[in-house]
Unconditional design. Structure first.
Length: 84
C-alpha cells in the first residue's frame, strides 16, 4: 500500500503539467528505436517530437517518421520532458 501511495500524483499536479505543454510545439522525448546493427534490439533514444494532442489522461506526440507515441501525464512528469 505504501508503494501505491508513493506512486500517486495529485490531480492538481497533473493539471499543472498539462498547462506546461502546448499542442504544436516540439519536445525532446525518449522514444523506442530498432538498432539495425544489432537486429531487433530495441533501444531508447531522445528525439524531437511534436505534441499533437493534450487529452485528459494522455498526451499524444508525433515523431518525425509519422509514428505516434502516447504517454500519461504522470510518465511525462517522471521523465522531466523539456521543450526542444
Amino acid at each position: 500500500m505504501r508503494a501505491l501511495d508513493g506512486a500517486a500524483i495529485w490531480p492538481e499536479t497533473i493539471e499543472a503539467v498539462r498547462r506546461r505543454y502546448r499542442v504544436g510545439r516540439k519536445y525532446k522525448l525518449p522514444v523506442r528505436a530498432i538498432n539495425v546493427v544489432q537486429s531487433d534490439v530495441i533501444s531508447l533514444h531522445k528525439e524531437s517530437v511534436t505534441l499533437i494532442g493534450a487529452y485528459r489522461h494522455v498526451a499524444v506526440f508525433q515523431r518525425y517518421n509519422g509514428l505516434k507515441e502516447s504517454y500519461t501525464w504522470q510518465e511525462l512528469l517522471r521523465m522531466n520532458v523539456r521543450e526542444a
